[in-house]
Design a protein around this ligand. Sequence first.
Ligand SMILES: [Zn+2]
Length: 176
Amino acid sequence: MHAQAGAGGPDNFERLWTPHRMAYIKGENKPTGTGPGDGCPFDAIPKMSDEEGLIVARGDTVYAVLNLYPYNSGHLMVVPYRHVADYAELQPAELVELGQFTQKSLGALRKASGAQGFNVGMNLGQVAGAGIAAHLHQHVVPRWGGDTNFMPVVGQTKVLPQLLRDTRQLLADAWD
Ligand SMILES: [Zn+2]
């Protein structure tokens, strides 16, 4: 990131500059409907390479992927491959692997970033705050005291796409 005339020197608050949130605000990557053929990003991601899709790990029924619009660095999501909206509709094998991948996410984040705490859970339904309600996803958000995060580890001055790629690699390497 460049020092800007009149704006002072770069400091640790640089990480609060999050241009990626603009894409979210503009509603990019939002499905047009509720069916699997309606542009659901969670159906498209597994067809990409790990690097392109920011996939950290693939299981038999679920996968773990970096959130493109993170609440915090290292914000992961565990997503069933099957296009399903309701947790109550998950099949036993999916339930088990969703739980295992959530555990592995905690492990990888602790190992790679020294995360001190986590917010884990899912928003079911649009009224509950789900960004993509048609396809359920479990959020795993790492937390640190004061929420200093591991951007400094991978370089706080990198632009976001590179940062996400580096973060994905770190977590994929730390995945058990
Ligand atoms: Zn879907």
